[in-house]
Design a protein around this ligand. Structure first.
Ligand SMILES: [Zn+2]
Ligand SMILES: [Zn+2]
Length: 453
């Protein structure tokens, strides 16, 4: 299993045929390039959900040839793309290339594990030679800052790896989606696109981040008491929008939950959240008049021990909610977490709290970070690749994504799963070409255990 200078291979070890734990490999001329290295959260049946088991791809295949690994590119700061790096570092030990914000998030994880992998800072749009690969960072819009797609060029082919993306003309943080840039990729002659399938079953287009301001304002400005907004902490644009609402409604802003505090720091260091985002100490929230409180909280998925669950059980050290206060879910429930979220909502309602969920409002309170049918069509028609290879989705998402590609004029569709080898030069898939598996993190001692299939 050694790519020659005539080969250009794509080999996913995770994230192909599933949503989560992305780990992609590209092979050419005796060398390998890794793109992303993430985790997935599985529900522990004994605790009734909340996604508290951390699992990741078994990197054995690439760990066994780590001398040939020229580097790892990290496309963005979501857990399904970065979460496994610190845990698998001992087996990989290659230089890591990423942008400012993602670097800050990684540094916290490395500090927690007491490791110091070399991180090479890349600017969006930059081009770097890594062994026989020439990699160009292509800024994309998504639900966390500085997400980048990658143009990966070798002497035998060119691939566009989209990473997670959506078309957002007003993303609140960072530059808007650049359609012209996609067309310029098309002009290069792209052999294959490796593309996000998460929302391939959704018609139309995703909502823009900027559209959420009015929706969030409408449920916060007329609230007689406290308002707590639940959202994903890595969505810096959402944090900014909530900060803007705090600013115009004259409420004090507080952050509840460690991951929010961490993300706040990372965002500040990378140059975000500088306007209308003046947080007070969360310990002060409890002393304010209720109608002056706007808190952002972690735990939108019903996570045990997260801030929202502690508010629901009235065991949060900094804030107690009372009858008539509002909790707004600026998030969607990830499949598998429905029961946990239901329990959380019930507990909040038992306190007399009014719960407002994004799914049930006519004004948007949440925007997805992934492309729907129209956005995918736009991508395929701009980049005009010869081959489409869907990833970041289950079978049904990838099948639909390939149909969209075909309808948009992409000639060849390849579909496979983790461990398959996609031969870009010959437009073929070799099934089960490399060994794959899953490792589970033992939370007590940090060790990794094989998960039996
Ligand atoms: Zn992802
Ligand atoms: Zn993502």
């Amino acid at each position: 299993m050694n790519p020659s200078h005539k080969d250009f291979w794509f080999v996913p070890l995770g994230g192909c045929g599933e949503i989560g734990m992305n780990l992609n490999l590209y092979g050419h001329s005796e060398s390998w390039l890794m793109v992303d290295c993430g985790v997935t959260f599985e529900n522990d049946s004994s605790s009734g959900g909340g996604g508290n088991l951390v699992e990741m791809p078994d990197p054995m295949f690439i760990a066994n040839r780590s001398q040939a690994l020229v580097g790892m590119v990290v496309t963005h700061a979501h857990e399904d793309h970065i979460g496994a790096i610190a845990h698998l570092w001992d087996q990989l030990k290659c230089p890591i290339y990423t942008t400012r914000f993602t670097r800050e998030v990684l540094l916290i994880k490395f500090l927690e594990r007491g490791i110091k992998p070399p991180i090479i800072l890349v600017a969006p749009g930059e081009q770097i030679i890594m062994g026989p690969f020439q990699v160009t960072w292509v800024p994309m819009t998504h639900s966390t800052p500085e997400t980048n797609g990658l143009l990966i060029e070798t002497e035998v082919g060119k691939v566009f790896h989209t990473a997670d993306w959506k078309v957002d003309s007003a993303p609140v943080c960072g530059e808007s989606f650049d359609s012209k840039h996609m067309e310029s990729l098309g002009a290069l002659g792209i052999d294959a696109i490796i593309c996000d399938s998460t929302n391939a079953l959704q018609s139309g287009s995703s909502e823009s981040e900027a559209a959420l301001f009015n929706g969030l304002l409408s449920v916060i400005e007329d609230a007689p008491g406290r308002v707590v907004v639940a959202c994903f902490s890595s969505n810096v644009a959402r944090l900014q929008t909530i900060g803007n609402v705090a600013h115009v409604t004259g409420r004090f802003l507080g952050l509840l939950g460690r991951s929010l505090q961490n993300m706040h720091l990372c965002a500040k260091k990378a140059g975000y959240l500088n306007e209308n985002f003046n947080c007070i100490e969360s310990a002060h929230l409890g002393y304010l008049p209720p109608n002056e409180v706007l808190a952002i909280a972690t735990g939108s998925q019903g996570d045990v021990g997260a801030a929202l669950m502690r508010l629901a059980s009235d065991t949060h050290p900094n804030l107690s909610l009372a009858r008539g206060d509002r909790v707004v879910f600026s998030s969607k429930t990830i499949p598998g977490n429905e029961e946990a979220v239901e329990r959380l909502v019930e507990a909040l309602e038992n306190l007399g709290v009014i719960v407002i969920q994004a799914e049930y409002k006519s004004m948007p309170l949440h925007a997805s970070g992934h492309p729907c049918v129209e956005e995918l069509t736009h991508m395929y028609s701009s980049v005009k690749p010869s081959i489409s290879i869907p990833v970041h989705g289950e079978e049904k998402h990838m099948t639909r994504n390939n149909r969209i590609a075909s309808n948009a004029g992409v000639r060849t569709q390849l579909q496979g799963r983790n461990g398959d080898l996609f031969d870009i030069v010959h437009a073929k898939v070799r099934r089960k070409a490399v060994p794959v598996g899953r490792l589970r993190l033992n939370k007590h001692n940090g060790s990794l255990e094989q998960v039996s299939a």
